[in-house]
Design a protein around this ligand. Structure first.
Ligand code: NAD
Length: 483
Protein backbone atom coordinates (compact mmCIF):
# COMPACT_ATOMS: atom_id res chain seq x y z
CA UNK A 1 0.00 0.00 0.00
CA UNK A 2 1.29 3.46 -0.93
CA UNK A 3 2.68 5.57 1.92
CA UNK A 4 0.79 8.57 3.16
CA UNK A 5 1.94 11.95 1.85
CA UNK A 6 2.48 14.54 4.58
CA UNK A 7 1.10 17.97 3.73
CA UNK A 8 0.97 21.28 5.60
CA UNK A 9 -2.47 22.71 6.33
CA UNK A 10 -3.53 26.08 7.73
CA UNK A 11 -7.03 26.80 9.01
CA UNK A 12 -6.73 30.55 8.37
CA UNK A 13 -9.15 33.25 9.53
CA UNK A 14 -12.87 34.06 9.30
CA UNK A 15 -14.69 31.10 7.72
CA UNK A 16 -11.28 29.40 7.20
CA UNK A 17 -11.50 27.00 10.18
CA UNK A 18 -15.05 25.91 9.28
CA UNK A 19 -14.38 25.21 5.61
CA UNK A 20 -11.03 23.55 6.42
CA UNK A 21 -12.67 21.22 8.95
CA UNK A 22 -15.31 20.30 6.36
CA UNK A 23 -12.66 19.70 3.69
CA UNK A 24 -10.42 17.61 5.95
CA UNK A 25 -13.40 15.48 7.03
CA UNK A 26 -14.20 14.77 3.38
CA UNK A 27 -10.54 13.98 2.58
CA UNK A 28 -10.37 11.54 5.47
CA UNK A 29 -13.70 9.89 4.61
CA UNK A 30 -12.50 9.46 1.01
CA UNK A 31 -9.36 7.75 2.36
CA UNK A 32 -6.95 10.26 0.91
CA UNK A 33 -3.44 8.97 1.60
CA UNK A 34 -2.44 12.04 3.54
CA UNK A 35 -0.98 13.05 6.90
CA UNK A 36 -1.59 16.61 8.04
CA UNK A 37 0.84 18.98 9.74
CA UNK A 38 -0.95 22.08 10.98
CA UNK A 39 0.49 25.56 11.05
CA UNK A 40 -0.94 28.90 12.14
CA UNK A 41 -0.95 31.76 9.64
CA UNK A 42 -2.78 35.04 9.19
CA UNK A 43 -4.34 37.57 11.52
CA UNK A 44 -3.09 36.24 14.89
CA UNK A 45 0.39 35.82 13.53
CA UNK A 46 0.38 39.31 12.00
CA UNK A 47 -0.83 40.75 15.29
CA UNK A 48 1.87 38.89 17.22
CA UNK A 49 4.37 41.02 15.32
CA UNK A 50 5.29 38.86 12.29
CA UNK A 51 4.82 41.34 9.45
CA UNK A 52 4.63 38.56 6.84
CA UNK A 53 1.82 36.66 8.64
CA UNK A 54 3.90 33.51 9.08
CA UNK A 55 6.52 32.38 11.64
CA UNK A 56 9.92 30.81 10.93
CA UNK A 57 8.70 27.52 12.36
CA UNK A 58 5.77 27.41 9.92
CA UNK A 59 8.15 28.12 7.05
CA UNK A 60 10.12 25.05 8.14
CA UNK A 61 6.95 22.97 7.77
CA UNK A 62 6.28 24.39 4.28
CA UNK A 63 9.87 23.82 3.17
CA UNK A 64 9.80 20.26 4.52
CA UNK A 65 6.41 19.16 3.14
CA UNK A 66 6.28 21.37 0.03
CA UNK A 67 2.52 20.83 -0.39
CA UNK A 68 0.29 23.38 1.32
CA UNK A 69 -3.49 23.35 1.64
CA UNK A 70 -4.38 26.83 2.81
CA UNK A 71 -7.65 28.30 4.08
CA UNK A 72 -8.23 32.02 3.42
CA UNK A 73 -6.79 34.55 5.81
CA UNK A 74 -7.77 38.08 6.76
CA UNK A 75 -5.13 40.59 5.72
CA UNK A 76 -5.06 43.32 8.38
CA UNK A 77 -5.56 46.79 6.96
CA UNK A 78 -2.98 49.50 7.48
CA UNK A 79 0.73 49.81 7.07
CA UNK A 80 3.59 47.41 7.51
CA UNK A 81 1.87 44.10 6.74
CA UNK A 82 3.10 42.13 3.77
CA UNK A 83 0.83 39.91 1.68
CA UNK A 84 1.27 36.36 2.90
CA UNK A 85 0.37 34.97 -0.50
CA UNK A 86 3.11 36.98 -2.18
CA UNK A 87 5.60 35.89 0.51
CA UNK A 88 4.73 32.22 0.04
CA UNK A 89 4.73 32.42 -3.76
CA UNK A 90 8.16 34.01 -3.80
CA UNK A 91 9.59 31.89 -0.96
CA UNK A 92 8.59 28.60 -2.62
CA UNK A 93 9.09 29.84 -6.21
CA UNK A 94 5.47 29.11 -7.14
CA UNK A 95 5.71 30.48 -10.66
CA UNK A 96 2.34 29.34 -11.92
CA UNK A 97 -1.20 30.13 -10.80
CA UNK A 98 -3.77 27.70 -12.14
CA UNK A 99 -7.45 28.60 -11.96
CA UNK A 100 -10.00 26.31 -13.56
CA UNK A 101 -13.31 28.06 -14.34
CA UNK A 102 -16.35 25.88 -14.99
CA UNK A 103 -20.04 26.44 -15.15
CA UNK A 104 -22.33 24.10 -13.22
CA UNK A 105 -25.53 25.01 -15.01
CA UNK A 106 -28.42 24.79 -14.08
CA UNK A 107 -27.31 24.36 -10.47
CA UNK A 108 -25.35 27.63 -10.60
CA UNK A 109 -26.87 30.34 -12.87
CA UNK A 110 -24.73 31.62 -15.75
CA UNK A 111 -25.30 32.92 -19.28
CA UNK A 112 -22.73 30.37 -20.47
CA UNK A 113 -23.64 26.79 -19.48
CA UNK A 114 -20.60 25.17 -21.12
CA UNK A 115 -17.59 27.07 -19.76
CA UNK A 116 -14.67 24.80 -19.06
CA UNK A 117 -11.50 26.84 -19.20
CA UNK A 118 -8.31 27.01 -17.20
CA UNK A 119 -6.47 30.27 -16.72
CA UNK A 120 -2.74 29.78 -16.14
CA UNK A 121 -1.11 32.95 -14.94
CA UNK A 122 2.53 33.77 -14.39
CA UNK A 123 2.88 34.37 -10.68
CA UNK A 124 6.19 35.98 -9.77
CA UNK A 125 7.11 38.67 -12.28
CA UNK A 126 5.60 41.55 -14.24
CA UNK A 127 4.46 44.68 -12.42
CA UNK A 128 4.00 42.57 -9.28
CA UNK A 129 7.71 42.78 -8.53
CA UNK A 130 6.54 45.96 -6.78
CA UNK A 131 9.49 48.10 -7.91
CA UNK A 132 8.06 51.61 -8.04
CA UNK A 133 9.59 55.07 -7.87
CA UNK A 134 8.48 58.65 -7.93
CA UNK A 135 11.14 60.37 -9.97
CA UNK A 136 9.90 63.91 -10.43
CA UNK A 137 7.18 66.02 -8.93
CA UNK A 138 4.84 64.82 -11.67
CA UNK A 139 5.99 61.40 -12.78
CA UNK A 140 5.95 57.94 -11.19
CA UNK A 141 7.03 54.62 -12.63
CA UNK A 142 6.52 50.90 -11.98
CA UNK A 143 8.99 48.43 -13.44
CA UNK A 144 7.60 45.57 -15.46
CA UNK A 145 10.16 42.79 -15.25
CA UNK A 146 9.79 39.84 -17.61
CA UNK A 147 12.53 37.21 -17.68
CA UNK A 148 13.18 34.49 -20.23
CA UNK A 149 13.31 31.74 -17.56
CA UNK A 150 10.03 33.12 -16.14
CA UNK A 151 8.37 32.96 -19.57
CA UNK A 152 9.83 29.51 -20.26
CA UNK A 153 8.57 28.10 -16.98
CA UNK A 154 4.99 29.34 -17.33
CA UNK A 155 4.61 28.63 -21.06
CA UNK A 156 6.02 25.13 -20.64
CA UNK A 157 3.79 24.53 -17.64
CA UNK A 158 0.69 25.64 -19.56
CA UNK A 159 1.47 23.42 -22.55
CA UNK A 160 2.37 20.49 -20.29
CA UNK A 161 -0.85 21.00 -18.36
CA UNK A 162 -2.91 21.09 -21.56
CA UNK A 163 -1.25 17.93 -22.82
CA UNK A 164 -1.48 16.03 -19.56
CA UNK A 165 -5.10 17.00 -18.91
CA UNK A 166 -6.29 16.17 -22.45
CA UNK A 167 -7.04 19.77 -23.38
CA UNK A 168 -7.26 20.80 -27.03
CA UNK A 169 -6.17 24.40 -27.31
CA UNK A 170 -3.83 26.85 -25.55
CA UNK A 171 -4.34 30.59 -26.06
CA UNK A 172 -1.52 32.94 -25.11
CA UNK A 173 -2.54 36.52 -24.25
CA UNK A 174 -0.08 39.44 -24.33
CA UNK A 175 0.17 43.06 -25.39
CA UNK A 176 3.16 42.39 -27.64
CA UNK A 177 1.96 44.91 -30.24
CA UNK A 178 2.78 47.70 -27.77
CA UNK A 179 5.35 46.17 -25.39
CA UNK A 180 7.43 44.55 -28.10
CA UNK A 181 10.37 43.70 -25.85
CA UNK A 182 8.75 42.48 -22.60
CA UNK A 183 5.41 41.06 -23.77
CA UNK A 184 7.14 40.27 -27.07
CA UNK A 185 9.50 37.95 -25.17
CA UNK A 186 6.55 36.14 -23.58
CA UNK A 187 4.89 35.63 -26.97
CA UNK A 188 8.16 34.53 -28.61
CA UNK A 189 8.92 32.01 -25.89
CA UNK A 190 5.35 30.69 -26.05
CA UNK A 191 5.67 30.17 -29.80
CA UNK A 192 9.11 28.55 -29.44
CA UNK A 193 7.92 26.14 -26.77
CA UNK A 194 4.65 25.39 -28.63
CA UNK A 195 6.72 24.30 -31.66
CA UNK A 196 8.09 21.35 -29.61
CA UNK A 197 6.74 18.13 -31.22
CA UNK A 198 5.69 17.09 -27.70
CA UNK A 199 2.76 19.51 -28.13
CA UNK A 200 1.93 18.64 -31.75
CA UNK A 201 -1.58 17.52 -30.80
CA UNK A 202 -2.44 20.89 -29.30
CA UNK A 203 -3.87 23.84 -31.16
CA UNK A 204 -2.00 26.96 -30.07
CA UNK A 205 -2.70 30.62 -30.75
CA UNK A 206 -1.66 34.08 -29.63
CA UNK A 207 -4.07 36.95 -29.13
CA UNK A 208 -3.71 40.50 -27.97
CA UNK A 209 -4.94 40.83 -24.39
CA UNK A 210 -7.67 43.39 -25.11
CA UNK A 211 -9.54 41.14 -27.53
CA UNK A 212 -8.55 38.17 -25.35
CA UNK A 213 -10.20 39.69 -22.27
CA UNK A 214 -13.27 40.53 -24.35
CA UNK A 215 -13.44 36.89 -25.48
CA UNK A 216 -13.20 35.67 -21.89
CA UNK A 217 -16.19 37.89 -21.11
CA UNK A 218 -18.27 37.36 -24.26
CA UNK A 219 -17.34 33.92 -25.67
CA UNK A 220 -15.80 32.02 -22.74
CA UNK A 221 -17.02 28.69 -24.10
CA UNK A 222 -14.58 29.03 -27.04
CA UNK A 223 -11.56 29.10 -24.73
CA UNK A 224 -9.77 26.11 -23.30
CA UNK A 225 -6.40 26.77 -21.63
CA UNK A 226 -5.29 30.40 -21.40
CA UNK A 227 -1.72 31.36 -20.50
CA UNK A 228 -0.74 34.92 -19.76
CA UNK A 229 1.38 37.34 -17.76
CA UNK A 230 0.77 38.16 -14.11
CA UNK A 231 -1.31 41.35 -14.37
CA UNK A 232 -3.45 40.27 -17.33
CA UNK A 233 -3.97 36.89 -15.65
CA UNK A 234 -5.13 38.58 -12.47
CA UNK A 235 -7.77 40.48 -14.43
CA UNK A 236 -8.96 37.78 -16.83
CA UNK A 237 -9.19 35.11 -14.13
CA UNK A 238 -11.66 37.28 -12.21
CA UNK A 239 -13.67 37.94 -15.38
CA UNK A 240 -13.69 34.20 -16.07
CA UNK A 241 -14.79 33.37 -12.51
CA UNK A 242 -17.59 35.91 -12.74
CA UNK A 243 -18.99 34.78 -16.09
CA UNK A 244 -18.97 31.13 -15.01
CA UNK A 245 -21.03 32.21 -12.00
CA UNK A 246 -19.11 29.92 -9.70
CA UNK A 247 -16.58 32.16 -8.00
CA UNK A 248 -17.62 30.74 -4.62
CA UNK A 249 -16.93 27.20 -5.85
CA UNK A 250 -13.56 27.85 -7.47
CA UNK A 251 -10.18 26.69 -6.24
CA UNK A 252 -6.73 27.63 -7.39
CA UNK A 253 -3.29 26.13 -7.35
CA UNK A 254 0.06 27.87 -7.13
CA UNK A 255 2.61 25.54 -8.63
CA UNK A 256 6.41 25.62 -8.52
CA UNK A 257 9.15 23.23 -9.59
CA UNK A 258 9.00 21.26 -6.35
CA UNK A 259 6.33 22.89 -4.18
CA UNK A 260 2.68 23.86 -4.50
CA UNK A 261 -0.04 25.66 -2.59
CA UNK A 262 -3.79 25.07 -2.99
CA UNK A 263 -6.57 27.38 -1.84
CA UNK A 264 -10.09 28.64 -2.50
CA UNK A 265 -10.42 31.69 -4.73
CA UNK A 266 -12.59 33.59 -2.22
CA UNK A 267 -11.43 35.32 0.96
CA UNK A 268 -12.07 34.79 4.66
CA UNK A 269 -15.65 36.20 4.57
CA UNK A 270 -15.60 37.66 8.10
CA UNK A 271 -19.26 38.68 7.67
CA UNK A 272 -20.42 35.06 7.90
CA UNK A 273 -17.64 33.57 10.07
CA UNK A 274 -18.66 31.22 12.87
CA UNK A 275 -22.24 30.78 11.57
CA UNK A 276 -21.84 27.36 9.93
CA UNK A 277 -23.22 28.69 6.63
CA UNK A 278 -20.06 29.09 4.49
CA UNK A 279 -19.70 26.96 1.38
CA UNK A 280 -16.60 24.74 1.66
CA UNK A 281 -16.64 23.96 -2.10
CA UNK A 282 -13.85 26.37 -3.12
CA UNK A 283 -11.39 24.84 -0.70
CA UNK A 284 -12.61 21.34 -1.55
CA UNK A 285 -12.03 22.05 -5.26
CA UNK A 286 -8.50 23.17 -4.38
CA UNK A 287 -7.99 19.98 -2.36
CA UNK A 288 -9.09 17.93 -5.38
CA UNK A 289 -6.52 19.76 -7.53
CA UNK A 290 -3.93 18.96 -4.87
CA UNK A 291 -4.77 15.25 -4.92
CA UNK A 292 -4.33 15.10 -8.70
CA UNK A 293 -1.06 17.03 -8.41
CA UNK A 294 0.44 14.65 -5.83
CA UNK A 295 -0.61 11.52 -7.71
CA UNK A 296 -3.85 10.51 -5.96
CA UNK A 297 -6.28 10.98 -8.88
CA UNK A 298 -8.40 8.05 -7.69
CA UNK A 299 -9.25 9.88 -4.46
CA UNK A 300 -9.65 13.18 -6.35
CA UNK A 301 -12.22 11.58 -8.66
CA UNK A 302 -14.13 9.99 -5.79
CA UNK A 303 -14.46 13.35 -4.03
CA UNK A 304 -15.18 15.39 -7.14
CA UNK A 305 -17.90 13.03 -8.36
CA UNK A 306 -19.55 12.90 -4.94
CA UNK A 307 -19.44 16.70 -4.82
CA UNK A 308 -20.98 17.02 -8.32
CA UNK A 309 -23.70 14.60 -7.28
CA UNK A 310 -24.38 16.65 -4.13
CA UNK A 311 -24.83 19.76 -6.29
CA UNK A 312 -27.14 17.86 -8.66
CA UNK A 313 -29.19 16.50 -5.77
CA UNK A 314 -30.02 20.08 -4.83
CA UNK A 315 -28.08 19.94 -1.55
CA UNK A 316 -26.92 23.56 -1.46
CA UNK A 317 -25.34 26.03 0.92
CA UNK A 318 -26.99 29.40 1.19
CA UNK A 319 -24.80 31.13 -1.43
CA UNK A 320 -25.94 28.64 -4.13
CA UNK A 321 -29.48 27.99 -2.85
CA UNK A 322 -32.32 28.87 -5.31
CA UNK A 323 -35.96 27.92 -4.72
CA UNK A 324 -36.41 26.47 -8.23
CA UNK A 325 -33.39 24.12 -8.31
CA UNK A 326 -32.39 23.49 -4.70
CA UNK A 327 -33.93 20.84 -2.47
CA UNK A 328 -32.29 21.55 0.86
CA UNK A 329 -30.44 24.48 2.36
CA UNK A 330 -27.46 23.08 4.23
CA UNK A 331 -24.89 24.51 6.61
CA UNK A 332 -21.14 23.94 6.19
CA UNK A 333 -21.05 20.77 8.29
CA UNK A 334 -24.22 19.28 6.80
CA UNK A 335 -22.95 19.99 3.28
CA UNK A 336 -19.74 18.09 4.07
CA UNK A 337 -21.86 15.21 5.41
CA UNK A 338 -23.89 15.24 2.17
CA UNK A 339 -20.69 14.92 0.12
CA UNK A 340 -19.39 12.15 2.38
CA UNK A 341 -22.69 10.23 2.01
CA UNK A 342 -22.27 10.33 -1.77
CA UNK A 343 -18.66 9.10 -1.93
CA UNK A 344 -18.64 6.36 -4.55
CA UNK A 345 -21.50 7.94 -6.52
CA UNK A 346 -21.27 9.78 -9.83
CA UNK A 347 -23.15 12.77 -11.24
CA UNK A 348 -26.07 12.01 -13.58
CA UNK A 349 -26.07 15.19 -15.70
CA UNK A 350 -22.84 17.08 -15.10
CA UNK A 351 -19.72 15.60 -16.67
CA UNK A 352 -18.16 12.88 -14.52
CA UNK A 353 -14.66 13.72 -13.34
CA UNK A 354 -11.94 11.39 -14.64
CA UNK A 355 -8.48 12.62 -13.75
CA UNK A 356 -5.99 9.76 -14.24
CA UNK A 357 -2.27 10.14 -13.62
CA UNK A 358 -0.74 13.37 -14.92
CA UNK A 359 2.93 13.52 -15.65
CA UNK A 360 3.98 17.11 -16.15
CA UNK A 361 7.54 17.82 -17.09
CA UNK A 362 8.73 21.40 -16.76
CA UNK A 363 12.45 21.56 -17.46
CA UNK A 364 14.14 24.79 -18.44
CA UNK A 365 16.66 24.41 -21.25
CA UNK A 366 20.00 26.11 -20.82
CA UNK A 367 20.25 28.84 -23.43
CA UNK A 368 23.66 30.19 -24.49
CA UNK A 369 24.26 33.78 -23.39
CA UNK A 370 24.29 36.35 -26.17
CA UNK A 371 27.02 38.86 -26.92
CA UNK A 372 26.04 42.07 -25.16
CA UNK A 373 27.34 45.38 -26.43
CA UNK A 374 26.88 48.84 -24.90
CA UNK A 375 25.76 51.23 -27.64
CA UNK A 376 24.35 54.21 -25.76
CA UNK A 377 22.55 55.52 -22.74
CA UNK A 378 19.21 57.12 -21.89
CA UNK A 379 19.67 59.83 -19.28
CA UNK A 380 16.43 60.85 -17.57
CA UNK A 381 16.15 64.40 -16.27
CA UNK A 382 13.82 66.27 -13.95
CA UNK A 383 13.55 69.63 -15.74
CA UNK A 384 10.93 72.33 -15.22
CA UNK A 385 12.35 75.51 -16.75
CA UNK A 386 11.73 77.79 -19.74
CA UNK A 387 8.07 76.79 -20.10
CA UNK A 388 9.36 73.26 -20.65
CA UNK A 389 10.36 74.13 -24.17
CA UNK A 390 12.11 71.05 -25.66
CA UNK A 391 14.26 73.26 -27.92
CA UNK A 392 15.74 75.03 -24.89
CA UNK A 393 16.56 71.74 -23.19
CA UNK A 394 17.94 70.31 -26.44
CA UNK A 395 20.35 73.24 -26.88
CA UNK A 396 21.52 72.77 -23.28
CA UNK A 397 22.05 69.01 -23.53
CA UNK A 398 23.50 68.71 -27.04
CA UNK A 399 26.96 70.12 -26.20
CA UNK A 400 27.28 67.74 -23.23
CA UNK A 401 27.41 64.62 -25.43
CA UNK A 402 31.24 64.66 -25.83
CA UNK A 403 33.35 62.65 -28.28
CA UNK A 404 31.84 59.23 -27.63
CA UNK A 405 28.16 60.06 -27.73
CA UNK A 406 25.76 62.13 -29.81
CA UNK A 407 22.38 63.31 -28.59
CA UNK A 408 19.96 61.25 -30.70
CA UNK A 409 16.71 62.62 -29.35
CA UNK A 410 14.81 63.84 -26.34
CA UNK A 411 11.44 62.33 -25.53
CA UNK A 412 8.74 63.12 -23.04
CA UNK A 413 6.53 60.23 -21.89
CA UNK A 414 7.93 58.21 -24.78
CA UNK A 415 7.17 60.75 -27.51
CA UNK A 416 10.11 62.33 -29.36
CA UNK A 417 10.12 66.12 -28.88
CA UNK A 418 13.69 67.06 -29.96
CA UNK A 419 15.34 67.63 -32.41
CA UNK A 420 12.06 66.95 -34.20
CA UNK A 421 8.71 66.05 -32.77
CA UNK A 422 5.01 66.54 -32.97
CA UNK A 423 3.62 70.03 -32.47
CA UNK A 424 1.75 70.68 -29.27
CA UNK A 425 2.76 67.55 -27.32
CA UNK A 426 2.12 68.10 -23.61
CA UNK A 427 5.43 67.88 -21.75
CA UNK A 428 5.79 66.81 -18.12
CA UNK A 429 8.88 67.50 -15.98
CA UNK A 430 10.32 64.05 -16.87
CA UNK A 431 12.63 63.98 -19.91
CA UNK A 432 14.59 61.22 -21.56
CA UNK A 433 17.77 62.24 -23.38
CA UNK A 434 18.98 59.45 -25.64
CA UNK A 435 22.73 59.41 -26.30
CA UNK A 436 24.01 56.90 -28.83
CA UNK A 437 27.60 56.01 -29.70
CA UNK A 438 29.19 58.07 -32.47
CA UNK A 439 30.37 56.12 -35.51
CA UNK A 440 33.35 53.94 -34.55
CA UNK A 441 33.15 54.83 -30.83
CA UNK A 442 32.99 52.04 -28.25
CA UNK A 443 31.31 53.49 -25.17
CA UNK A 444 32.09 52.20 -21.69
CA UNK A 445 30.71 52.74 -18.22
CA UNK A 446 33.49 55.27 -17.58
CA UNK A 447 32.22 57.42 -20.46
CA UNK A 448 28.68 57.28 -19.11
CA UNK A 449 29.95 58.42 -15.70
CA UNK A 450 31.85 61.27 -17.39
CA UNK A 451 28.70 62.21 -19.32
CA UNK A 452 26.70 62.31 -16.09
CA UNK A 453 29.42 64.53 -14.59
CA UNK A 454 28.93 67.01 -17.45
CA UNK A 455 25.15 66.88 -17.07
CA UNK A 456 25.47 67.63 -13.35
CA UNK A 457 27.96 70.44 -14.00
CA UNK A 458 25.50 72.03 -16.44
CA UNK A 459 23.02 72.27 -13.54
CA UNK A 460 20.71 69.53 -14.79
CA UNK A 461 19.10 67.03 -12.39
CA UNK A 462 19.58 63.49 -13.72
CA UNK A 463 17.25 61.03 -12.03
CA UNK A 464 18.17 57.76 -13.67
CA UNK A 465 19.93 56.14 -16.56
CA UNK A 466 19.12 53.14 -18.72
CA UNK A 467 21.94 51.65 -20.73
CA UNK A 468 21.27 50.81 -24.36
CA UNK A 469 22.56 47.40 -25.38
CA UNK A 470 22.47 45.14 -28.36
CA UNK A 471 22.37 41.36 -27.90
CA UNK A 472 24.06 39.46 -30.73
CA UNK A 473 23.65 42.66 -32.69
CA UNK A 474 19.90 42.90 -32.05
CA UNK A 475 18.55 46.11 -30.52
CA UNK A 476 17.60 45.57 -26.87
CA UNK A 477 15.65 48.78 -26.37
CA UNK A 478 12.56 50.36 -27.85
CA UNK A 479 12.55 53.41 -30.08
CA UNK A 480 10.79 56.57 -28.95
CA UNK A 481 7.51 57.36 -30.74
CA UNK A 482 8.61 59.44 -33.70
CA UNK A 483 12.34 58.56 -33.25
P1 NAD B 1 -14.51 37.46 0.47
O1 NAD B 1 -14.29 36.54 -0.67
O2 NAD B 1 -14.02 37.00 1.79
O3 NAD B 1 -16.09 37.76 0.61
C1 NAD B 1 -16.87 38.36 -0.43
C2 NAD B 1 -18.35 37.97 -0.24
O4 NAD B 1 -18.51 36.58 -0.59
C3 NAD B 1 -18.83 38.09 1.20
O5 NAD B 1 -20.17 38.53 1.20
C4 NAD B 1 -18.76 36.68 1.73
O6 NAD B 1 -19.69 36.42 2.76
C5 NAD B 1 -19.03 35.85 0.49
N1 NAD B 1 -18.31 34.56 0.56
C6 NAD B 1 -16.98 34.37 0.39
N2 NAD B 1 -16.67 33.09 0.54
C7 NAD B 1 -17.82 32.44 0.77
C8 NAD B 1 -18.13 31.08 1.02
N3 NAD B 1 -17.19 30.12 1.01
N4 NAD B 1 -19.42 30.75 1.25
C9 NAD B 1 -20.40 31.69 1.25
N5 NAD B 1 -20.16 33.00 1.01
C10 NAD B 1 -18.88 33.37 0.79
O7 NAD B 1 -13.87 38.85 0.07
P2 NAD B 1 -13.61 40.17 0.96
O8 NAD B 1 -14.78 40.39 1.87
O9 NAD B 1 -13.20 41.20 0.01
O10 NAD B 1 -12.34 39.82 1.84
C11 NAD B 1 -12.39 39.40 3.20
C12 NAD B 1 -10.97 39.15 3.68
O11 NAD B 1 -10.40 38.06 2.97
C13 NAD B 1 -10.02 40.34 3.51
O12 NAD B 1 -9.22 40.47 4.66
C14 NAD B 1 -9.16 39.92 2.33
O13 NAD B 1 -7.89 40.51 2.39
C15 NAD B 1 -9.10 38.43 2.52
N6 NAD B 1 -8.79 37.64 1.32
C16 NAD B 1 -7.96 36.58 1.48
C17 NAD B 1 -7.66 35.76 0.41
C18 NAD B 1 -6.73 34.61 0.63
O14 NAD B 1 -6.39 34.28 1.75
N7 NAD B 1 -6.29 33.97 -0.43
C19 NAD B 1 -8.23 36.01 -0.85
C20 NAD B 1 -9.11 37.10 -0.99
C21 NAD B 1 -9.39 37.90 0.11
Amino acid sequence: MAENRKITVAHGDGIGPEIMDATLRILKAAEARLDFEEIEIGQKVYEAGHSSGITGESWESLRRNRIFLKAPITTPLGGGYKSLNVTIRKGLCLFSNVRPCRSFYPYVPTHFPHIDMVIIRENEEDLYAGIEHQQTDEVTQALKLISRPGCEAICRYALEYARAYGRKKVTCLTKSNIMKISDGLFQRVFEEVAADPRYAELETEHRIIDIGAALVAARPEDLDVVVTLNLYGDIVSDIAALVSGSVGLAGSANIGFDAAMFEAVHGSAPDIAGKDIANPSGLLTAAVMMLVHIGQPDVAERIRNAWLRTLEDGMHTVDVYKEQVSKQRLGTRAFADAVIERLGEKPRHLRTAAFGHRDLEVKLPSIPRKKKELVGVDVFLDWDESNRDPAVLGKKVEPLAGDTFALKMISNRGVAVYPTGMEGVYCTDHWRCRFTARKGAKPSHAEIIALLGRVKKAGLDFIKTEHLYTFDGERGYSLGQGE
